[in-house]
Design a protein around this ligand. Structure first.
Ligand code: PRP
Length: 215
């Protein structure tokens, strides 16, 4: 039997993912050592292989078949637009993609003005403003601390992830519109879904059953 390979998103999502696997009896001892810089972990008994990657790279590994299965956020799946199957909402990492800004920016949205939108997610922002709102905007790509943009005058609004809302509040900003809800998702390579159908389906069924017991 060949290894079934998982690309996990390094950090909190990988920790949550391993907790979820543990509930259905899939463990990986060597992954528990937080000091380790190791990137690949193996469960020899179940022929599973896990590796840790940066979130935006997970869909890439899965599309090219370097991983059969990936776990990452819906934000990244939407932004990357890779060819893969999204098979399951894992229910953790819940947050929202929102248009945010100072209250004074609400009028620019209401009157469909040509505004500047700073974001780490240019594809999601374009889709929202151009296709859903039919509003022409300038998209400015940033790499982090997006909340700075409207404060220092780089943009009128931002499109960003809101979890607790405290980053916005502490910077005098708020949610102006919701783009979509987000959470961690399981994605599968399109060829693996056919070639490893039985193993992948069995895994999904077990995870669904264990989710059911949590509700
Ligand atoms: C994310 C996001 C917001 C913040 C939202 O940033 O971009 O800034 O978390 O969380 P909150 O609503 O609970 O305050 P992250 O910490 O991932 O870092 P970044 O600013 O570098 O993107």
């Amino acid at each position: 039997m060949s290894y079934l390979t998982f690309a996990l998103t390094k950090g909190r999502l990988a920790d949550e993912t391993m907790k979820m696997f543990e509930r259905i009896g899939i463990t990986c001892e060597e992954m528990r050592d937080k000091q380790s810089r190791k990137l690949i972990f193996i469960n020899e008994e179940k022929k599973l292989r896990f590796f840790l990657a940066k979130g935006p790279d997970v869909p890439t590994y899965v599309e090219y078949g370097a991983a059969d299965i990936g776990v990452t956020g819906k934000d990244i799946i939407l932004e990357e637009g890779r060819r893969l199957y999204e098979v399951m909402d894992l229910g953790f990492g819940r947050c929202r993609m929102c248009v945010c800004g100072p209250e004074s920016a609400r009028q620019y949205l209401a009157s469909n003005q040509l505004i500047r939108v700073a974001t780490k997610y240019p594809n999601i922002a374009k889709d929202y403003f151009f296709n859903k709102r039919h509003q022409t905007v300038d998209i400015i790509k940033l790499n982090g601390s997006i909340e700075l943009a409207p404060i220092v005058g780089l943009s009128e609004v931002i499109v960003d992830i809101v979890e607790t809302g405290s980053t916005l509040r502490e910077n005098g900003l708020g949610v102006l519109e919701e783009v979509c809800p987000l959470s961690a998702r399981m994605v599968v390579n399109q060829v693996s879904m056919k070639m490893e159908q039985d193993r992948i389906r069995a895994l999904i069924d077990m995870l669904r059953a264990s989710q059911g017991t949590l509700l």
